[in-house]
Design a protein around this ligand. Structure first.
Ligand SMILES: *Cc1c(COP(=O)(O)O)cnc(C)c1O
Length: 337
């Protein structure tokens, strides 16, 4: 990576914010765990960063808590209106309860029921609006303006990005041996921006590879166009990443820090959910399995052998009823691993 002085300054700014991020009052340091069966099948060492083990079953608690901690007393007193596809919502709900902040969270009508329950059970108001995240986002922005409450983006905010970047800080501490690439699921780009900023500042030789659902590949589209574009439609099977436009703050980092972006199909996600289950006996949601699906695709495409790859296992919030569909598709997808 040949970055300019301005780019190095931007990364340094994020590294400082990540080192200072307040997340551990609620978030846990998750394990970085070997996936032996997948490693054997692919001929590469695969490590899983187990963000599905967070208190809200996804990494979003990191960014949400760090963001709410930065609000002024006046902002805290007025309350917050986040928009979310469901996991940020649960993170904000938990963080808001902890800090005594009122939260009204706007989610699309298609949000899996357990994510909505996860919000309400933590004492926040859930408003369901629109068929996918872009509609919920617009509604939340309007409500925030009307009520003078603070809008909290799930990805397009430097404090949220810094919170998510603590995942990378842990990875580099937990694994000090050779590391070839980190595979990161991409929705609005907050997670990958935080990880890429931290890793490219400290270990620029480590490749950062984004993985998108083919039904919401807004980072690929933006990199191709050279600017942020709005996808005309998004598919919601991987509901945690069903975003139509990459965040502005995230894109500023991604455009020079992300080495490659892969897209995967819904069937490839189902197969990856099974791979993760086989190695960990835990179940991930479709978005949570993106990185593993990406590693399989990358290994097949490049013929990589003997390398070390980290996959962010980003979330586990899947309706129990959806498992039948996932198991059926995984069985049909004649996966090599
Ligand atoms: C939000 C989310 C992502 C994507 O994170 P972005 O910061 O939006 O790119 C990936 N996986 C899960 C489970 C998520 O909830």
């Amino acid at each position: 990576m040949n970055s300019t002085h301005a780019q190095q300054t931007l990364l340094e700014h994020y590294v400082k914010k990540i080192l200072a991020a307040k997340v551990y009052e609620l978030a846990v340091r998750t394990p970085l765990q070997d996936a032996p069966a997948l490693s054997e099948a692919l001929g590469n060492r695969i490590l899983l960063k187990r963000e599905d083990l967070q208190p809200t079953f996804s990494f979003k608690i990191r960014g949400a808590f760090n963001k709410l901690m930065q609000l002024s007393d006046e902002q805290k007193a007025r309350g917050v209106i986040p928009a979310s596809a469901g996991n940020h919502a649960q993170g904000v709900a938990l963080a808001a309860r902890e800090l005594g902040i009122a939260a009204t969270i706007v989610m699309p009508c298609t949000t899996p029921e357990l994510k909505v329950l996860g919000v309400r059970s933590r004492g926040a108001d859930a408003v369901l609006h629109g068929e996918s995240f872009p509609f919920a986002l617009e509604h939340a922005l309007n409500l925030a303006q009307q009520t003078r409450r603070t809008f909290v983006s799930p990805f397009d905010d430097p404090d949220v990005i810094a919170g998510q970047g603590t995942v990378a800080m842990e990875i580099l501490r937990q694994h000090q041996g050779p590391l070839d690439a980190i595979f990161v699921p991409v929705g609005g780009g907050g997670l990958i921006a935080g990880i890429a900023a931290y890793v490219k500042y400290l270990r620029p030789e480590v490749r950062i590879i984004g993985v998108e659902s083919e039904h919401s590949a807004c980072l690929s589209a933006a990199l191709q166009a050279g600017e942020r574009v709005v996808l005309p439609a998004v598919g919601t099977f991987a509901d945690g990443v069903a975003v139509a436009q990459i965040g502005a703050h995230g894109f500023e980092v991604c455009r020079f820090c992300v080495d490659e972006v892969l897209t995967v199909s819904n069937d490839e996600l189902c197969a990856a959910i099974k791979n993760i289950y086989d190695d960990t006996r835990s179940i991930t949601e479709p978005s949570g399995a993106l990185a593993v699906a990406g590693i399989k695709k990358y290994a097949a495409k490049t013929g990589a052998r003997g390398q070390t790859f980290v996959a962010i296992d980003s979330g586990a919030n899947i309706n129990f009823d959806s498992l039948r569909h996932v198991a059926e598709r995984a069985a049909m997808c004649n996966a090599p691993a």
